[in-house]
Design a binder for this molecule. Sequence first.
Ligand SMILES: Nc1ncnc2c1ncn2[C@@H]1O[C@H](COP(=O)(O)OP(=O)(O)OP(=O)(O)O)[C@@H](O)[C@H]1O
Length: 630
Amino acid sequence: MTDATAPAHPLDGHDPIALARELFFREGREAAGVAEPIARSWQRSRHLPWQQHQLEPITLGELDERREQSLRLLACAQPELDGLAEHAAGNGCVVILTDPSGLILHEIGSPEFLPKAERIALKPGVEWSEGLRGTNAIGTALVERHAIMVLGGEHYLAPYAQLGCAAAPILDGRGAVAGVLDISGDTQRVNQHALGLVRMSAQQVEHRMLLAGAEGHVLRFHARPGLIGTPREAVLVITDGRIAAANRLALEFFDSDWAGLLDRDIRGLLGRDWGRLEHQRGLLTLPGGRQIAGVVERLGAPLHAAPRPRADAAQEAQPESDPVAPLLAQARRVLDQGVPVLVTGETGSGKDVFARRLHAASRRSAGPFVALDCASLPENLIEAELFGYEDGAFTGARKRGSPGRVREADGGILFLDEIGEMPIGLQSRLLRVLENRVVVPLGGGKPVPVDFDLVCATHQSLAAMVQAGRFRADLMYRLAGFTASLPALRERADRRALIARLFDDLGGRQRGLHLQEEALDRLAAHSWPGNVRELRSVLKSLVALAEEGAVVGLDELPMALRGATPVPAMPATAAAASDRPVAAAESLRDATRSAIAQALQATGNDVAQAARLLGVHRSTVYRHLARRRS
Ligand SMILES: Nc1ncnc2c1ncn2[C@@H]1O[C@H](COP(=O)(O)OP(=O)(O)OP(=O)(O)O)[C@@H](O)[C@H]1O
């Protein structure tokens, strides 16, 4: 055995894990004093050929292929990855998604822990099966098919003795493992809370995957009717009269495993009357006399049990799919060919989130994602920040110089947010870097070759800025190889589903809250000038203010949302923006301007309060005020 493959050594004499290791490794006895799944895993690991220890990641091309093979998993897991990433970053941890073999497809989270993860090969393209790394949360969860936490000395191998991981397998509707969701960090950072989070998130991914792949009919049911339509519902997929898929909650209800339920004739299980529940919530008496409360949906039909006429019925009739997903797929294809992508949309519509998702889906996902917000830096610092500088290049420069963001993005993606704020003098320099693929630091020094893909974002009209002489036309053409125009929240056909999901994800589910249909209708009809950011902050306070298990109705909504008349929708859809860049982007700017004006009016010109109301940073409001004055 080499050092890297040697079992971790006992930590100290009083530690029960250390004692268990002493008996197991030194004296060759049965594993005792550790949880049963760990003991079983040590036993399995003992018989593994450790000389096959594989630390190198597969190539980027191979990783791409593996991602292609797990496309549905990746799409269904993305919202959880986004949510967990916030938690992980705040706790010094990373979130990991693997494919069914334990190969890491994605890793996102704390910049503090990522380098440590890198050192032990906990990174995209590396497989963490039990067969290759001994007892570890990802590999052992795959074998045990249950969520598991593996801390410090419970890992079989020495290099992982400081590592703490909580992992949950993601099973598809036929019981096959689709992947693993994991939170990892230093041992003391990972606890029962992390285990609860990955377990719950894996359940959400399973729920989404089950519905995404379903054909025919779906029966959603639960003993508590309030939970129907949430990820805690039991689900059966019925295709051609037989059970094609089921989630774990449905198995629990029928006290069965997948083998016992799959391919059974639905009438034998539910009785002949099951079709009575089509599009109508109700009680069904099963052949044994038990009753279930549920609803059957025919796929492709509206997802709501009892559709009622409403003003925006035409939009509601569209399937509640994520309108951003096809844009993301197109943008990824373009970016992977080395063509820059420009993301446009109103403030808070998710441009930053989109850019990060694009990175995660792109050929450069194993490389860095380096973001620079051009609006947040004074003009005279952007150049140094972007292109780097040599020792003492200017007063106040760091002693040993700085490589700059462009070089930091080497091998990955450079994200320039608010590109419209890039000073015109720097635009030609950026263009040169894009064309020549070399960067020369401020204060001289040798040109350094760089290799990165570029994503930019703006809520402004670059075309209008070109006309006004504030943006270089050649740079605009270069940047906008592909424009992804994100829809405003009020224009999204899936906004009801999005609101319901965010409500659950922001703590509604955890606290057992139920968002009433009327309240959901009102939230969906609101104009949301601050878009998803504003929506999140309203939902967060709704969740925080509600008592555990409460029903959240119209009366619980903030005053501004209770009024009967929703704020009229603002003009021009973002979808039209790519065809008519000037007009659409102007309307974007108009919409942003009028949202800010409304917020300032509502708050008596209190900038801080207006910014809070819109869910934007104060500087955004100040910037708009300054522009209005000029
Ligand atoms: N699809 C989504 N699901 C959940 N949260 C989202 C989604 N899209 C955006 N958000 C959240 O909304 C907020 C605003 O998103 P983001 O920063 O990406 O918007 P933006 O368009 O870049 O805003 P700005 O123009 O002000 O920089 C963030 O808290 C983000 O996490």
